[in-house]
Design a protein around this ligand. Structure first.
Ligand SMILES: [Cu+2]
Length: 135
């Protein structure tokens, strides 16, 4: 049931862009993008060099209504992997994303009001975030 709800509010697409940092060479990277219906879904993005540039999760604090879905995207073109990991599994949140590579997304629908803290296990001091779920 939860999967059906998620599928209804978020769709995954793809775009490509070129990176040409050095003479004569270029690399095409495919990144997935997620479009949200604003009333039901919120995006959080990990931008390039998210491990060293705050906020690592952008926006790092969001407030949503119960029943809404948050979709995280690793858009860190430095290639660094990241995770979305709950601080406290007893908050009713699942165990998190595991490792996300460039272009990977992770989404969770929050159904219970409360404050949910999370972080990246690979960069725990810079990459922290909070989801506040209201009624
Ligand atoms: Cu990270």
């Amino acid at each position: 049931m939860a999967i059906l709800i998620i599928g209804a509010v978020a769709s995954i697409g793809y775009y490509q862009f070129e990176v040409a940092p050095f003479q004569g060479t270029s690399t095409t990277i495919t990144v997935s993008t997620v479009s949200c219906t604003p009333s039901t879904c919120v995006n959080v993005t990990m931008y390039p060099n998210a491990a060293t540039v705050a906020p690592g999760f952008s926006p790092d604090t969001i407030t949503i209504h119960a029943g809404m879905t948050v979709v995280w995207l690793n858009n860190d073109t430095s290639g660094a992997p990241h995770t979305v990991t709950p601080r406290n599994a007893t908050e009713g949140w699942e165990t998190g994303s595991g490792q996300l590579s460039l272009g990977d997304t992770y989404q969770h629908t929050f159904t219970v009001t409360g404050t949910y803290h999370y972080y990246c296990t690979i960069h725990p001091t810079v990459m922290t975030g909070t989801v506040i779920v209201t009624s």
